[in-house]
Write a protein of this length. Sequence first.
Length: 247
Amino acid sequence: MSPKFDVKIWLKQSLPQEHGSWAFVVEPLLISWIVGGVDRGVCAIGFFLAFLGYRPGLIGFKDAVKRKSYPRTLPSLLAGGLLVAAGLVLMAVTRSWIQLGCLAAMGGAFLIIDAKAPKRSILREAFGALLAVPAACVVAPNATGVLAIRPIVSVLSVRGLIARWDDAKVCRWLAVGIGAAMLPVAWIAFGMLDWRLAAYGVCFARAMYSALIAGKPVKPVQIGIAEMLVSLAVIAGWLAEKSLYSR
């Protein structure tokens, strides 16, 4: 008897597996939307759909290459193909050719890393967090340094806080050091009287706090909520500055 198709198991396999990858992809895409307007928003949606299509498409493709057919194979191929196709169409409609190139380059590089690196390697997590950053830098080039540093700080901080790996102590204090360096980069990019500087200050404060409480029991859901709040603070900073500028 062939195994039945279990939707819950399939969804768990098909959703992005990198720690915090949803927020790390959505945050720069929302920033590009805020800065660039409607067209960049449509492009951001397209990028995100392609991102969601990667995992199920890869599962179905691997099954097909091995000439295996499981209950998950066809749904994975269909879901992955439709999501990626819809994403590419939206990016093409808005003529976001540079962002499309960023998606192809970053996606191709991640495909190689995903195949070679261990599941929880620091390289895999860090690169996964940077997937959408180049696309956002196209719209906000003055913020390139900050946009690139921000996810690295959080990845290192969370890795150090969870403390399941030998490099945990190094990661948590490296996050503090890089986070501290991020503030003058943000100051140069935005200026002192800018809500975005305060928002990225929240990111540094979170890294510092995480380093100080490392070793104490913390539930994964608490870490997730805290990181989500940091992302919301960053987005709020960009929105606030956009609101002031548009007056």
